[in-house]
Design a protein around this ligand. Sequence first.
Ligand SMILES: [Zn+2]
Length: 149
Amino acid sequence: MLGSMARKLRAFGFDTSYFSGGDDELMEVARSEERVVVTADRALAARCGRRGIPVLLVRGATDGARLSSMRGAATQARIPLAPGDARCSVCNGGLRPLGRGEAGGMVPESVLARHRLFFRCADCGRVYWRGSHWKKLRYLQGRLAKTPR
Ligand SMILES: [Zn+2]
C-alpha cells in the first residue's frame, strides 16, 4: 500500500523493508528485526500497539502528506527519525560513490555528460545520479524533517 513511500524512505536513508504478507507475519518480522511499522492501516496500528511493537500510523493521499503525518506520529510516539546514508530505493542496499570514469557504459551518454557524481547499489548494482528526480526527493525529505504544528 505504501510502496512508493518505502522507496522514498530508502532514498532518505532509512533502512526500509517493504512488506506485502499478512499482518501476523509482518508483526513477527518487525519484532525479530526490531523495526518500526509504518502503516496507513488503523486496525494494524492498533494491533501493533497492543503487542508493544513500535508503530507509526500515517494519513494522507499523497506521499508528501504521509511523510508529514509520519513526522507528527514519530514525535508523538517519541520514536526518533534518524536516517543514515541514502539507500537503494529498489532493494534497500547500501550506495557507494561511483567515479565518472567507472559510470561510463552504465548510464546513458547524455547523463554522463551532465553529471559528475554517481552512486552504485552494493547489492543490485543499480546506478543513481542526482537528476531532476533528486530535487523532488529533497523537497519531500523536507516534509519529514519539518516540525508539525
Ligand atoms: Zn539495489
